[in-house]
Structures are given as C-alpha cells and as structure tokens.
Design a protein around this ligand. Structure first.
Ligand code: HEC
Length: 115
C-alpha cells in the first residue's frame, strides 16, 4: 500500500502537469499494485477491488485523449475509491486525498520540452 500511495501521488502530478506519457506509465503501475494488494491481503473482498476499475478506466481514457478536466474528475473518483475500501475493511482512519504539493524534489514531473 505504500507503493500505492507513491503511485497515487505520481499519477496525480503527471496528470496535473499534463505529462501524459508519465501519467500512462504510472496508471499501469497502479494497476499492478492492485494485483499485488489482492494477493497480499486475501481478506479484501474482491467487490471492493472492483470499485477501482471504473475510475481507472476513466483515467486511461482521459490520459489517452489528453483531457486535464476529465483526468482531474477521474482522479477524484479514484481517490474516493481508495478511501471506500479503507472504510470497508475497518481502516477508515487511512484517509487519502488529492496531493497539493510534491514531496519529491528529486524527480521532474513536467513533460520534457519539445522543439
Ligand atoms: C481493495 C481495498 C483497498 C483499496 C482499493 C486501496 N487500499 Fe490502501 N489499504 C488497504 C488495506 C487492506 C490496508 C491496510 C494494510 C495493512 O494494515 O497492512 C491499506 C493501507 C493503506 C495505506 C497505509 C499504509 C501506511 O503504511 O501508511 C495507504 C497509504 C494506502 N492504503 C493507500 C491507498 C491508495 C492511495 C489507494 C488508492 C489508489 C488505496 N490505498 C486503495 C486496502 C485498500
């Protein structure tokens, strides 16, 4: 889940800064983290994992079409889904929110300038 938090952050910033290539990559990483979570926490009802499916699908669409507004809306849905599962499994005190600033001063999130 620590990895999930990292991906959640990076995906958010990549989308916010319209670095669509990086956003697509981070979305893939998040999908893999779901797989890991499903195997790491077998107690998680599968139904709760599927709540992530729709926001993830919409994020993929927004990234492909390069639509910042749709990305932001889908990202809020994704974040709500994170919290939905935490509440469902009795960890409602783990509250995820859309990040506002970067804790990573060692990675560039802006897309590379193109000539
Ligand atoms: C299907 C259920 C489920 C979903 C969806 C889910 N989580 Fe979690 N999350 C868990 C469980 C289970 C734990 C508690 C793990 C434990 O207690 O070892 C947890 C714990 C966490 C923690 C606390 C870990 C720590 O050490 O601080 C963070 C942060 C976290 N999740 C982030 C996220 C983010 C971000 C998302 C959405 C992108 C997300 N989670 C979606 C089940 C889920």
């Amino acid at each position: 889940m620590g990895a999930m938090q990292l991906r959640h952050f990076k995906l958010s910033f990549a989308g916010k800064l319209r670095n669509w290539e990086l956003a697509a990559y981070e979305l893939d990483q998040i999908k893999e983290s779901f797989h890991d979570a499903a195997t790491l926490y077998p107690g998680i009802p599968v139904a709760d994992m599927t709540i992530m499916a729709e926001p993830v699908r919409r994020l993929g669409e927004a990234i492909q079409k390069k639509e910042p507004k749709k990305f932001a809306a889908a990202f809020s849905e994704l974040t709500a889904a994170c919290n939905g599962c935490h509440q469902a499994i009795g960890r409602g005190f783990i509250v995820i929110k859309v990040p506002t600033s970067s804790p990573f001063s060692n990675q560039v999130f802006e897309p590379a300038a193109r000539p």
